[in-house]
Ligand binder design. Structure first.
Ligand SMILES: [Zn+2]
Length: 345
């Protein structure tokens, strides 16, 4: 039998809890409505999307797919934000592809675009993981995350009160050789383009050092490190940056598989940084995906699948709930997002 055909079923008899709705109304601080994430939501009646969010107990949904083209940003603002302004927040982006053409003027130009995006209604800036892995300057050189030439972009975001949702690097194992010791081997087999084996890519920690420098250098800009500060495998590293930088926050999107396999460390992390963690899914507006996260945060259920697929996608392990107290859940589900996303500018 091949490993891919092995679908073992746990014989544990333990409690399983169905958490249909979050214990508090939730703000999803990290999700998508763009074409690349399926759904085609901009071509379907908005009521279908709102029904799903209602069923999942999501009162507000951050759509990170506003992009940078006028057409795309306007389409998302027109289709989602305008008819239901209290339910959606649309984030814009930086069009790195303009760097070769704009040359040395690129950073100022990109900062100027942020002003235009904000005027149009964007409520934050999303930085995609290509930054640090693929983005090149006009000389064709790979750009570091902490490249000082880009300071005006981050300072402008701070001045405009646009929180910066930043995703750099990716799971640590994506940077390792793809061999029998790689814990994400099956996932990389399914998505070979997700491998950033170093070299030729920069080492994982080089990118993370860049993130730490960036956040430290711009204390007046709010940064939200996507996917548990981009380093869910090492909560001590994330905690150290949170300790050092009051302008740094993290979301928990797409990392329940990491958090839930280190339940003792994760629970301590949530208790200690309850004011700095934002709820997010990254899995689209689907109640069945949300419910797994609710179960992780709210129950002490043991050894359950962290995906909706029979074999969890990130690796063949299961997770444990961390049964957070109400006062922590309330902050993570909505109080922190309210304070950080809504009162920012
Ligand atoms: Zn995402």
């Amino acid at each position: 039998m091949l490993l891919e055909n092995f679908h073992p079923q746990s014989k544990l008899i333990t409690k399983t809890t169905l958490v249909e709705k979050p214990h508090f109304p939730a703000i999803d601080a990290h999700n998508h409505l763009g074409e690349d994430f399926g759904g085609g939501w901009d071509k379907r009646p908005l009521s279908e999307l709102l029904d799903l969010l209602d069923a999942a107990g999501i009162i507000r949904y951050v759509d990170l797919d506003g992009g940078w083209g006028e057409h795309l940003l306007n389409a998302h603002l027109d289709h989602f934000k305008q008819p239901a302004p209290e339910r959606f927040m649309i984030f814009g982006g930086v069009d790195w592809s303009q760097w070769p053409e704009k040359g040395n003027a690129f950073p100022e130009w990109a900062a100027g675009r942020l002003r235009v995006q904000k005027e149009r209604g964007a409520q934050g800036l999303k930085i995609w993981k290509g930054f640090g892995l693929h983005v090149k300057d006009h000389a064709g050189k790979l750009v570091d995350v902490d490249d000082p030439r880009l300071a005006s972009i981050w300072e402008t975001a701070g001045e405009l009160g646009l929180p910066v949702m930043i995703h750099v690097a990716d799971p640590v194992a994506f940077f390792d050789p793809i061999d029998e010791t790689n814990e994400r081997w099956e996932e990389l087999g399914a998505h070979p383009d997700w491998a950033f084996t170093s070299p030729p890519f920069p080492p994982f920690l080089h990118i993370m050092d860049g993130l730490a420098n960036l956040v430290t250098r711009h204390p007046n800009t709010t940064f939200i490190g996507a996917h548990v500060g981009c380093y869910a495998e090492n909560l001590a590293w994330v905690a150290a940056l949170l300790d050092r930088c009051p302008n740094f926050f993290v979301d928990i999107s797409a990392r329940i598989g990491e958090l839930g396999r280190q339940p003792y460390t994760a629970r301590r992390f949530f208790l200690q940084y309850a004011d700095r963690i934002l709820f997010g899914s990254d899995m689209g507006p689907y109640p069945e995906a949300y419910r797994i996260i609710y179960c992780f945060l709210e129950t002490d259920d043991e050894y359950f699948n962290y995906n909706t697929t029979p074999i969890p996608m990130q690796g063949r392990w299961y997770i444990y709930g961390i049964s957070l107290p109400d006062e922590v859940l309330e902050k993570i589900y909505f109080r922190n997002a309210e304070r950080i996303l809504l009162n920012n500018g």
